[in-house]
Design a protein around this ligand. Structure first.
Ligand SMILES: Cc1ncc(COP(=O)(O)O)c(C=O)c1O
Length: 339
């Protein structure tokens, strides 16, 4: 936490239009520490989605809090504000003090409606931006709608370090101070803990790499968008649901995810041809062994989340892919779907 970390924090907050960035050791830590810095404590509940990386839910538990899982919208794969509202009006919603929308795959959640629901219920918003660097909702960066937002710099993320790393953005001076203390043993003054903190430092080497890579993030995000458009054009007409983009969204295309029938057959065939397709995510969090039966879900369950899990397929996408590679993936997909 020397000069490279401070410089990266200034540059990253400026790039994302936020007042403060606080570097931490991972995206998971960024969620946990944001919830703690927002004043939530043991036994409080937090609403989020089950269709996410398990880290979102694990971080809530690690902060000593109880998750309440709500459904997603099938077109955008992000939190369904109506499901959130239903959960908050139910028994499961009692004691919920924060909501963590996840801007999954690089498509921001509906922050207008989620903010309305959060305001009506008097709860705060912490955004999970692990997959949404530079994405926008209504012209504003994802990560500027809540009291804080959590970013991951895991190597495969749109802005990736050479190992783990994360950051929290906030416009609140008080929150920034608390986060700086929490990430280092609760110190405000060296060697004197004013509260119980942890060791979640972003190290100098990762920060210096992130400073270099931040310079090309906008350009690489534009390249991702251009390649996604090429996928859209080349795959048009196939029996597959291509990524739908809300008219008010600037997508950051962390992942290019489609929906298809007989997903597992197509997945096996594509892999047999050497195309590195993946599934994000094969089992919703509420059905995973660690959480099934114990985690609270919205009344009526999570039908959209459960239906999606068997239909999603992630096609390869990174800013350095060539148009020929996109064409090869599309051709392989066309043949694998045809059987
Ligand atoms: C949506 C989401 N939230 C949280 C995380 C956790 O980030 P990290 O792996 O840096 O702890 C990730 C990345 O794995 C993620 O994709």
């Amino acid at each position: 936490m020397g000069d490279e970390v401070s410089a990266f924090e200034s540059e990253f907050s400026a790039a994302q239009d936020a007042r403060h960035a606080i570097g931490v050791a991972s995206g998971t830590d960024a969620i946990e520490l944001s919830l703690r810095a927002a004043g939530l404590g043991r036994g409080d509940r937090v609403a989020t989605v089950s269709h996410t990386a398990v880290a979102t839910v694990a971080a809530i538990y690690r902060a000593g809090l109880e998750p309440v899982l709500v459904d997603v919208v099938s077109k955008t794969y992000t939190m369904d504000p109506e499901s959130l509202d239903l959960a908050l009006r139910s028994d499961a919603g009692r004691g919920v003090r924060a909501v963590v929308p996840v801007h999954l795959y690089g498509h921001p959640a509906d922050m207008t409606r989620i903010a309305d629901v959060a305001r009506a219920h008097g709860i705060c918003i912490i955004e999970d931006c692990a997959q949404s660097h530079l994405a926008k909702w209504k012209g504003r960066f994802a990560g500027t709608f809540g009291v804080a937002s959590a970013f991951s710099f895991y190597p495969t993320k749109n802005l990736g370090a050479l190992g783990d790393g994360g950051a929290i953005l906030t416009d609140s001076d008080a929150m920034a101070e608390r986060l700086k203390s929490l990430r280092q043993y609760g110190w405000r003054e060296r060697y004197i803990s004013s509260e119980v903190g942890c060791n979640s430092r972003l190290d100098e080497i990762q920060a210096s790499v992130l400073r270099v890579k931040l310079k090309t993030l906008s350009e690489e995000t534009r390249a991702r968008r251009a390649l996604a458009r090429l996928y859209d054009e080349t795959l048009a007409g196939l029996p597959a649901a291509l990524p739908w983009v809300h008219p008010d969204v600037e997508h950051s295309y962390h992942l290019y995810v489609i929906q298809i029938d007989r997903r597992d057959d197509v997945l096996t065939r594509m892999r047999a041809r050497g195309v590195p397709v993946q599934v994000h995510y094969p089992l919703p969090v509420h059905l995973q062994p660690a959480y099934v039966g114990s985690v609270r879900v919205v009344p009526g369950g999570l039908p959209v989340t459960e239906a999606l899990a068997g239909r999603l397929l992630t096609l390869p996408l990174h800013p350095f892919m060539g148009e020929g590679e996109i064409a090869m993936v599309c051709q392989a997909l066309r043949e694998c779907i045809a059987g």
